[in-house]
Every structure is written in structure tokens, then in C-alpha cells.
Design a protein around this ligand. Sequence first.
Ligand code: SAH
Length: 343
Amino acid sequence: MKNLLDYNMEELMVWLKENSESSFRAKQIFSWIYKGIFSFDEMKNLPKNLKEKLNSNFKIYIPEVVDVYSSNLDGTKKMLLKLEDGNLIESVIMKYKHGNTICVSTQVGCRMGCKFCASTIEGRVRNLTSGEILGQVLRAGEVEGERISNIVLMGSGEPLDNYDNVVKFLREVNAEYGLNIGQRHITLSTCGLVPKIRDLSNEGLNVTLAISLHAFSDEKRREIMPIANKYSISEILEECRNYIEKTNRRVTFEYSLVKDINDSKEDAKALSKLLKGILCHVNLIPVNEIKENSFKRSSEKTIEDFAQILKSAGIEATVRREMGSDINAACGQLRRSYMKNKA
Ligand code: SAH
């Protein structure tokens, strides 16, 4: 049976027509779903025989909540969710002044192999469908009891390694009949799959592009990110310039600071030089220490100095405020510890 959430309006209209139903029903069905009604039987304006048809062809599957961990510090909620096939994923709800933000996963696991990241340790299990990504946002709205107004694709997985489903998801959440979340309120983070960044720039989507850079040179980057063997920083920056030109959007560079690896003043200076002249913003992320590796967080002073060097060079930089530090919120840690305990 198919998950209706994997269908968009157009596809449902086609299905309805093929099944001798009026296509306007699609709008009614989606409007119920986006009101939080996940059962066809409760969709009051649908005729009985249509409900039966829908019930025998579709289900509405929203990932199930296994656990919610709430931070006492800042209200961050980490959800451990179960998919229909039993796979577990994580999504995080963060409460910012500018609105509730959800961090969604796009794959079960990840195959990019970044050395500091917990999500990738056991590789990629599978891609999430567009409906499973959307389902995380719907579930978050329910758990939070408030509108989710911002989305970051920064959970487990590499969004551009699941390109079609991710783009379909982006259009769905943006749709007026859907959650109507503006593209400016959506950030897609990638480790830098160059051809896919080019494709994304041609989609007519104006989401914010975030690049996980983490190093100023290819040589350094290769030590922590295997993807750097495939694409060079200069190729990535060329795609960024193209993305900026097409979308008029400022690009974000993520830079996870790891003690003695990429956090020296020389690193900061070289990074400033590299990014000079690009419409961008640097997001410094003090590395989240995980027990599977020995990467250590830079000291507060080092982090401050690093940010200051960038700023002095005219590059906008902010240090990412750590959210939910009391609830083990780094990517992939929750799923891993849960699976370990079960095993
Ligand atoms: N695959 C995408 C999205 C994943 S995670 C990407 O690579 O961008 C979002 C960000 O968190 C990425 O910049 C990633 O490199 C970073 N990250 C992953 N694990 C981390 C850790 N332990 N500490 C700090 N940042 C981490």
C-alpha cells in the first residue's frame, strides 16, 4: 500500500481521475492532512465510496514517535522516530526567537564518511521518501503543538545524495496548499556534491544553500571529509557563485571547529582569504564530541579568536549556539545509543 504523503497534489489528481473520481478531491484530502487529520474516515466532506477506495489503496503514514527528549535548558526537543520498516531516524525541534525550526533527516544513516560525524559510522541504510521527510515536519508540529516555520536539512544523511526525494519534499512544504513554509525559511546543507548543487540551482527553488566546508584547503579537507577526494573546494565555490547569481541568496559555509585540526589563526586567515568577495556567512560550529572518535572541541578563546579574524576580514561569522546540550543532540547519537541498548 502506498503512503499518500509520497504523492503531491498533481499526482493525487491523476490517481483520482484514473479511478473515476473528481480531481478537486485532492485539494480536500490534502487540506485535512495539513489540519492534522491522518485518517480518511475522518475526512468529513469525502463520500463514503471514495473513502473506501482511498483506504484500500493508500495509508497516511507519519513516522511514529519512539521517544522525545526535551532540553531543560532551551526547550529543544529531540525526537526519535520509527519508520514503517522499523528503521529509526532523528529530528530535532529548536525554539528560536524567529520561530520553531525543525532539523530533518534525509536518509537512514549516511555514506559520506565525514570523520567527526556519528550519522555516517555504519553507512547508509536507505534514502527517505519525500513523504517520510515531510512526515517529520508534520510530527514535529503535533509534538510541539505549534506551527513549525523553519526547516533545516541538517539531520542524518546527505540531502543531495537523495536528490529527487529531497526536491519533491522542498516543493511540498513550500506549496500553498501544504505547510506553506517559505523557501527563505528553508536551509539545505550539503558536504558539496558539485553536480547536484548545479542541478539545485536550476530548480527555481530559492532555499538557502549551506556548504559543509570545515577546511580551507583540499589537502586539509581530505583528512576529515572523504568527499574532498572527489570534488575540490574551487569547484564547490564556483557552484556557490553560480547559486548566488541564480537565486540572489547568500550562501552559508559551515565550519566545525576541531581542536588542533582546523582551528588555528592561520586556518582562520586562510579561510578569510578563500571566501573574500563571496556573498556569504560563516557558521562556526564547535564540534560535538562523540565517543567514537577523538576529535575535541576548541576552547572558547580559540573559537572567539577564529570568529574575530573572519569578521576583521569583512566576513560575516557567527558561532552556532549549542542547542539541547543536555540531551545528546548531535546528529546520529540518539539513534546509535538506542540501537546499542536494544542490541
Ligand atoms: N550531509 C549534510 C548535512 C549533515 S549535518 C552536510 O554534510 O552538510 C549538518 C552539519 O553538521 C554539517 O556541516 C556536518 O558536517 C556537521 N556535523 C556533523 N557531525 C558533527 C559533529 N560531531 N560536530 C559538529 N558538527 C558536525
